[in-house]
Design a protein around this ligand. Sequence first.
Ligand code: GBH
Length: 448
Amino acid sequence: MFAKDFVWGVATAAYQIEGGAREGGRTPSIWDVHCRKEGAIFNGNTGETACDFYHRYKEDIALMKEMGIGAFRMSFSWNRILPEGTGRVNAAGVDFYSRVIDELLNSGIQPYVTLMHWDLPQALYERGGYMNRDFAQYFAEYAQTVAKLFSDRVKNFMTFNEPQLMLGAHRGSGKAPGLCLTDVETAPIAHNILRAHGKGVLAMRAASKGHIDIGMANQGCFFYPAEETPENIEAAKRATFEYRLPNWYSSLPWYADPIYLGRYPEPLLSRLKKYLPENWEDDMKEICQPLDFCGQNFYNAYRADENGNQVAEPAGAMYNAEHWNVSPSGIRFAAKWLYERYKLPVIITENGMCCHDWVSLDGKVHDPQRIDFMQRYLLELDRAQREGAKIGGYFCWSLLDNMEWNLGYRPRFGLVYVDYKTQQRIPKDSAHWYKKVIATQGESLREV
Ligand code: GBH
């Protein structure tokens, strides 16, 4: 069903799993600071210990090996590597990631490294964060450092995870740094993040030993057609790429068009041009660097009618434990549209579901809905490739239950259950199921 070289992975992020927040010379990121604010995080949870991956990475890598996982998407904590954000390199931080990478490679698992998954070093936030035009330069320095130190062993990188949500964090989403800014401030922030991506890619290519694949893991607001008629499909595609809703910062094309096509999308550009920094056009060439894949996180899409207007889910629709709608056809349309528009192999860098998981009396964790969710989404992904889209891989979010940002430890997204008190890991039914999917290259997806 899926090709032999199809990449079967699981995805994670540093702040959500590592813990060891005060160990090995690590300084705080904006998330450490945010978690200390009264009422900012569900139940006052923090990532101080998280899944303790910092100490338990060997055990977790062994679990992946047992599952037959081919690739591990992880992120590096910028402030573990460069405690001041720029300048001094922290040997203990580099050593930690080095040990993780070696353990992965020795287990036959390819590391896919995200340079920054939301955890901006606090030291850089205090220098203006993304608002500072020099942010792009700081990021390039970090990217170059990582490429120098790791490109002999790591062959796949992503610059940022979900710039959409990084902007959302500045628009009152409750994520760090917990600001609520207007278009005047956020349009330049988005522009600086895109510039950082471009400069980062250039710096990595220049510093890397041999060829490395580079992409970005985007989020985005997709629509799926309520009825699969040609008109409705066209309308859903238009709603996705000619984004017209007020929350432009959640859209896909505001970030994807510049990095893949070298231009901001209309009609959003007409709306936001006045907020962009002077001479923004001069930056577009640097922002649009050749990339090797189109990384896309995909959880759900919104339902659109034949006029491209968002409509409510039908009564009795499927939802995850956090009430996000489940829309399997959405991943098929997303993959096809992305490949058609950006002409790069698509990698689903995240997809998964949070369920109401707990340990049953038999000591196991039964998660039939996660299995059904993944089966539905993977079957649709297979259909997308049969209909012409080139798909390079699929990463399940997530290996472990983990620290879900401002929602704390409430949502459980893992294939492996984590008892946060004892740090015991219990592979859920879905972990065994995914193992079989991988071993059969997707053939077992046909079994219902
Ligand atoms: C990702 O963000 C992050 O990269 C990752 O760190 C995180 O743990 C993971 O997903 C799980 O959340 O309109 O109510 O249907 C996901 C961003 C934002 C995607 C909300 C789904 C749907 C909300 N998500 N969105 S809803």
